[in-house]
Design a protein around this ligand. Structure first.
Ligand code: FNR
Length: 383
């Protein structure tokens, strides 16, 4: 029976080969930050008010002018199409059906155009800056031509994080059957069969370029480290502005100084994110950083919290701390692995129902009623 996101996670674990599940689940090095994201939410308790009329509840909001039925958007996750065939298309359709928004990763299996053609929008495109600025420019132009609403630049992948699970598993693109994973692949023949209807098993947006045009398998970290530009700096934001006239979002801000710089560079939204603990290990939990970013921004940009959301109550806490919405990664991939598009819709339904119930029990029926007075810190044990 699936009643919460942990149930979906368990089903995803059973359905996916270990190499793919570990790719989704894993973080960098000791996975301190992966776990910190969860603990961060647990440190906040609620201050509930009673005898408030909560009969009319409303969790709808807007983000960069888009109407959202629930304050949750689907984040960019590279290779979602390895979790289920046409994974990015299915997730985008699910988001549209639930009044949410889907962000397509540069590193997707499905292409910019395939997702735009299938999903009734709204869509954001997540960009990584490539050393070859011609490639970067062409990605941005393709996203514009396909009608993506905002460009979301991820700023925390100067180099791929040290994902030790992927290294141990010998994770490559396309995924290979090796002596080590033979038994595991055999146990997941359902996945192998399902994937036979996948359009491809590598990065769709670059199928014709560079190493991918050769037929050899590439290591994901090796490929990206070769292509991504580690020299990207604030002056490139000005360059991006010159080639993209729509809203610009920065994903991966974790301190007040960078939040202020983002605002000074005319960014419309900031995603407070440690990349779900997949990049720099020992970054603090998103909830530890969010208040300082919200205070630094002072309403000049919209702030989204990303990382570790597993309950509707987490979303309510983030909004009380000043976020406008939350972004999820792994939770919708669990849904996608468990039951395709319906599984992603279920992820959003579970979270949205939990948000609704939390708002009622908290005595704050609308998102606008939430502020920091809805929270208290977990008491610390005496030293
Ligand atoms: C990601 N994430 C990510 N972020 C990004 O900007 N570009 C990308 O291509 C990817 N790829 C990616 C793949 C997978 C499998 C995961 C799990 C995550 C990070 C993602 O957008 C988001 O920041 C985290 O997933 C948020 O943490 P939770 O919700 O997974 O705890």
């Amino acid at each position: 029976m699936i009643i919460n996101l942990e149930d979906l996670r368990q089903r995803a674990r059973r359905r996916l080969p270990r190499t793919i599940f570990d790719y989704v689940e894993g973080g960098a090095e000791d996975e301190y930050t992966v776990n910190a994201n969860r603990r961060g939410f647990e440190r906040y308790l609620f201050r509930a008010r009673t005898l408030v009329d909560v009969s009319a509840r409303d969790q709808s909001t807007t983000l960069l002018g888009e109407k959202l039925s629930t304050p949750i958007i689907l984040g960019p996750t590279g290779l979602a199409g390895l979790v289920a065939p046409w994974g990015e298309v299915l997730a985008a359709k699910a988001a549209a059906n639930r009044g949410s928004l889907f962000t397509l990763s540069t590193m997707s299996i499905c292409t910019i155009e395939e997702v735009a053609a299938a999903a009734p929008s709204p869509l954001w495109f997540q960009l990584y800056v490539w050393k070859d600025r011609g490639v970067t420019r062409s990605l941005v132009e393709r996203a514009r031509a396909a009608g993506y609403r905002a460009l979301c630049l991820t700023v925390d992948v100067q180099e791929m994080g040290n994902r030790e699970r992927d290294r141990r598993n010998g994770f490559t693109l396309p995924p290979r059957v090796t002596f080590t994973n033979l038994l595991d692949v055999f146990r997941h023949l359902g996945w192998v069969l399902r994937m036979s209807s996948s359009p491809r098993a590598t990065f769709g947006n670059f199928i014709e370029t560079g190493d991918l045009a050769k037929k050899d398998a590439v290591s994901v970290a090796g490929f990206t480290n070769k292509q991504f530009d580690p020299s990207v700096s604030w002056k490139d934001i000005e360059w991006l502005r010159s080639i993209w006239s729509g809203p610009l979002v920065l994903k991966g801000i974790t301190c007040a100084e960078d939040a202020r710089l983002a605002v000074e560079h005319g960014v419309q939204a900031i995603i407070v994110s440690n990349h779900g603990g997949r990049q720099l290990d020992f970054l603090p939990a998103g909830t530890d950083v969010l208040p300082e970013v919200v205070d630094a921004v002072q309403g000049r940009a919209e702030v989204v919290l990303d990382g570790g959301i597993r309950r509707g109550s987490d979303v309510v806490k983030a909004i009380a701390l000043g976020a406008r919405a939350c972004m999820i990664g792994r939770p919708f991939l669990y849904g996608l692995a468990a039951d395709g598009q319906a599984g992603v819709e279920l992820t959003l339904d579970i979270l949205s129902k939990e948000i609704d119930r939390t708002l009622a029990l908290l005595g704050r029926p609308r998102l606008a009623d939430l502020d920091r007075s809805a929270l208290r810190m977990e008491p610390q044990p005496a030293a």
